[in-house]
Design a protein around this ligand. Sequence first.
Ligand SMILES: [Zn+2]
Length: 334
Amino acid sequence: MKLTKVIARNVIFPFTAFTGINRIVSNRSENNGLVIMYHGITQKNTSWFSPRHLQKDQFEEHLRYLKRNFDCVSLDELIQTTPKHKTRKQIALTFDDGYLNNLTVALPLLEKYKIPVTFFISGVCGEENPTSFLFPDLLQALERSKLKELKWIFDELYLSEKLKSNQDDFYSIVKGFSKTQRLTFEQLLKTQLDPVEFMQSIDSEIWQILSAESLKKLAESNIVTIGSHGYSHYLFGEISEIDCVEELSLSKQVLEKCIGKQIHYVAYPDGNYTDKVIDLAKNVGYTHQFAVYSNPDFPVNQKDIISRHVVSSTTTRDSCMFFIHSAFKKTGIP
Ligand SMILES: [Zn+2]
């Protein structure tokens, strides 16, 4: 690790948290609210697999800090109470994707600290017999151990040249596939290995998504709001208009049927959307749309998109909290 990073993590960020400099940083912004985003919370440290999950103990430290320093409110409250004349800044917590650990590990802690939360769930979770993992997790797992064996599939899909020029960026290339490309990839992959069996060789805490039954339980908690994260984790900016409409409406339908409540919010996988997608989502009936700022091609400050700050799971609590305070300026809402 770079020396500057070590000093920042061990000296500067603990100092800014302890002395209250953090609050001065967020108070410099006129924005009063911030939506923050996690993926999952795991019992064990799972950063060897992906940076998506935060370990339970660290998450509890986050919650204690957030509770002490902000008004932790629901997304509804954050969006609907305007103008705000609050002495403290407001934070709304959200989670993406629909991991089972949202129910088993994250929810009990959120209930313990009475912190409202919105889970943006992939619609496939609401089906009676869903696949138990999402496509990006399969890719992450393949990238870790099967790249060499899969080389012929890249040739088949004319991907080899693209991969060579992007080094090892298999994950982001395949994640951005259209529906037809993904289907072809899955068919070719199945001639080589059984994806379900392959995923079962990895700790399920990392990839297991909610089932209809566990999603119902999650939605029953009075601190929980459920939103849509699309149906099967396609990047909306990369798929056809027809496929976008299907992802938007099918996820809404399936989730609503499963939990018996209306779904008003949608959060785009990887913050990937286009102007057309925004219009389609409005037509389907979403009242609010959310994105994270992960690609400069997808500006987040458009009036129809509420941006979110991604909380890192690979750094210290004090670093995360400093970045949350700083995020009010760029990512916050009035
Ligand atoms: Zn996602």
